[in-house]
Design a protein around this ligand. Structure first.
Ligand SMILES: [Zn+2]
Length: 163
């Protein structure tokens, strides 16, 4: 009887350890993925404009040091072809001639925050108020960036561009 109980406790212990290790590894994986993605997108921008690269690097650095949010760049430099596709998908998207993304002068970002167990994300569908409350919009003003949340006809709070 005692032996069976001990076995069960060992089994539960093993399951907990495996679950915990998986959770830690997934967390590290997400973190590495975000860092690599940000680095890649910023270096694509650097390839077109050193000035834009400097501005966005400082902007992201400020967000991560002055708020409790972290940044994932979901879109940076875009080819004209990609922008044309986006325009086809949604007529409210900018044309290839007008898009600041094609010029390397805009980024779209998502924000995330760690709870003790999981990540809370702030994305395009979140309200302007949610985005303002993070302090990110205030920081963007310091760099004179235009915020997509200030558009009247299009909800695009993930978008920040150099005027
Ligand atoms: Zn954008």
């Amino acid at each position: 009887m005692k032996k069976i109980k001990l076995k069960r406790i060992k089994l539960i212990g093993a399951v907990l350890v495996v679950t915990f290790c998986t959770w830690v590894l997934v967390g590290i994986g997400i973190w590495i993925n975000v860092k690599i993605t940000n680095w890649r997108r910023l270096s694509e921008i650097e390839g077109v404009s050193e000035g834009s690269y400097q501005t966005f690097s400082k902007f992201i650095g400020d967000i991560e040091s002055q708020t409790n949010w972290s940044v994932k760049i979901i879109s940076g430099l875009r080819s004209r072809e990609r922008q044309k596709e986006l325009l086809k998908e949604n007529s409210k998207n900018a044309s290839a001639d007008k898009s600041r993304h094609v010029q390397g002068r805009a980024i779209d970002i998502n924000l995330y925050q760690k709870n003790w167990l999981w990540r809370v994300w702030l994305k395009k569908y979140n309200s302007k108020k949610d985005w303002r409350n993070t302090g990110v919009v205030r920081i963007s003003e310091k760099y004179g960036l235009l915020w997509g949340g200030s558009y009247h006809n299009y909800h695009d709070p993930v978008h920040f561009e150099i005027r």
